[in-house]
Design a protein around this ligand. Structure first.
Ligand SMILES: [Zn+2]
Ligand SMILES: [Zn+2]
Length: 298
């Protein structure tokens, strides 16, 4: 199994000279299972470059299995530009959660963008076969020779973290995730019950992540920035390292880079985090994700 980053930026596309080395496109990860099954996690603007590369390999129909972590724009707004949607014979299957507030299934993230106020081509004008699979939380699904597990993360909307497994190799992507914290102060009547709830949720995530070969985590903030952003639904480099250490992950890839952070600043904050945590536990390797980074899992 192998995977490749096509978008590593959080919140808003951020092209330009400041971000040229790590990339300005929003979240998209291409995964290839051992038999070549294409799994795409998230449809941020990076999915357009992925689509172009698929077409460059020949204009043959594409079979794509797209898994959406959650419906925020930076994770879906490249979807209508996924060129295989316009190629007859292609089959694009979109997977994701139900929005518990609206009751909308995953078809909504496509439908909302294809309203003619926002996009000139309707779904009926697209030549590919488009299918929607709304996932049950916690229910694994087979895709080619891979299995995709999901677990509920912590974000202002439902966000599914995905673990992809194939022939004993695995990766996990959090989507957007803020480690749990108790919203009630000690002594508050609901503190203990809430604490039990978040410990259970956190343990459920750890169980799905445990032993993963490649752990890809939302590292939007430094620990210094985090207090002003608590509750926004994003994590820190330090929390990602703690998750990796706790679960025995072999490699950690930090992603969802802040749009305000240029390449030099990103490398500076990363160097600070790594220096503080040296030596890393259990041979853990940690990387900053960048557009074009491809990883083969042996
Ligand atoms: Zn995001
Ligand atoms: Zn989000």
């Amino acid at each position: 199994m192998k995977f490749k980053f096509w978008g590593v930026r959080g919140s808003i596309p951020s092209p330009g000279p400041r971000t040229a080395r790590y990339g300005g496109n929003t979240t998209c990860i291409e995964v290839r299972s051992d038999d070549g099954t294409l799994i795409v996690i998230d449809g941020g603007t990076g999915i357009f470059a992925l689509a172009q590369s698929l077409l460059a390999r020949g204009r043959a129909p594409v079979q794509a299995n797209i898994f959406i972590t959650h419906s925020h724009w930076d994770h879906i707004h490249g979807l209508p530009f996924f060129s295989p949607l316009f190629i007859r014979g292609s089959r694009v299957r979109l997977h994701g959660a139900t929005d518990p507030v609206t009751g909308n299934g995953i078809e909504h993230v496509m439908g909302v963008q294809l309203q003619n106020s926002y996009f000139p081509v309707s779904e009926t004008q697209m030549d590919a076969t488009i299918e929607y699979t709304t996932l049950a939380v916690g229910a694994p699904i087979a895709v080619g020779d891979a299995v995709v597990h999901n677990v509920l993360m912590n974000h202002p909307v439902t966000d599914l973290g995905y673990r992809v497994e194939c022939n004993g190799r695995s990766l996990f992507f959090t989507g957007d995730h803020e480690p749990f914290y108790n919203i009630h102060p000690p002594g508050h009547p609901e503190h203990a019950a809430y604490q039990a709830h978040i410990e259970q949720r956190s343990a459920a995530i750890d169980a799905v992540v445990r032993g993963v070969d490649a752990l890809i985590v939302d590292c939007s903030y430094t620990r210094e920035e985090y207090p002003a952003k608590q509750g926004w639904g994003h994590g820190t480099f330090d929390a990602a390292l703690a998750l990796a250490a706790r679960t025995g992950a072999k490699r950690l890839y930090c992603t969802h880079h802040e749009p305000t952070r240029g390449d030099d600043e990103l490398e500076a904050v990363f160097a600070d985090v790594i220096a503080r945590h040296a030596p890393l536990p259990g041979g853990l390797q940690v990387f900053l994700a960048y557009e074009g980074l491809e990883v083969e899992l042996h």
